[in-house]
Design a binder for this molecule. Sequence first.
Ligand SMILES: [Zn+2]
Ligand SMILES: [Zn+2]
Length: 252
Amino acid sequence: MRFSSLGSGSKGNATLVQAAETCVMIDCGFSLKETEARLSRYGVDATQLDAILITHEHGDHVRGAGPLARKYDIPLWTTRGTYSKAILGKLPSLRYLDVHQCFEVKDLEVQPYPVPHDAREPCQFVFTDGQQRLGMLTDAGMITPHIEAQLDGCDALLLECNHDLAMLEQGPYPYSLKQRVGGRLGHLSNEQTAALLGGLDHSRLKHLVIAHLSEQNNTPALACNALVDTTGCERDWIKVASQQEGFDWCEI
Ligand SMILES: [Zn+2]
Ligand SMILES: [Zn+2]
C-alpha cells in the first residue's frame, strides 16, 4: 500500500491511496485542470481512479470533485449530510457511506469515522489492505476518544497540524476567525496533534505526514518540533504535505 498528496492546506486538498490494482482519491479541492496536472506529477491518470471519497463539503475538499467524477465516470462516496451541503452537481455514481460502517473499494477496506468540524456530517478515514493500516485526520476541532481508538496502532498516519497556538493568537486573522479555527469545530493545532500522537500506540508507525498546515499561522518547523517533542522521533523522518507540492508516494 502507498499514499501521496496532490497538495494540502486551505487552498485545496487531495490525497491518493493505492493498494495492488486499486487507487482512490480522498477529497478533490483543486479545479479539474489543476487536479489532472497534479495527478500527472505522480504518474497517475484519472482513468485509474476507482473512487473519490469526500470527507466534508468545504471548498478546499470538494472543488473539483464533481467535474472529475463526471469526466472520468468515477464513483463518489460521501455521507448523506455532506452530499446535502456540497456543491457537486450531477454525479455518474453516488454512494452514500455510513460513518460507522466500513466498506470496500476493490483491494482497499475503508473505515470511516466521524470528527468534530463545522460541517454537516464530516468524517475521516482509516484504510487497510488487510496487512497495513493508514490513518488520516484533518479538519477536526478536537480529539475525541473515538478518534484515538481509530488511529491507534497504525502503520502510517497523515495528521493535521493546522496552526501554532501562539501564531494564531498573534496573527492577522480577525477575532471571529481565530475563534472558529481554534474552536472545538475548527482545526487541530500542533499542540493538539502532538498530544494525540503522544497517547497513541506508535510502535508500528513507519510514516508520519503532517498536513493542512496554515500558511498564515504555522510553519513546518514549528509543527515538526511539536511532534518531535512528544514522540522523540527524528525531525527529518516527519514528512510535510505542502500546499503546492503535497508529497510524493510513501510506501507503507
Ligand atoms: Zn480543509
Ligand atoms: Zn473543513
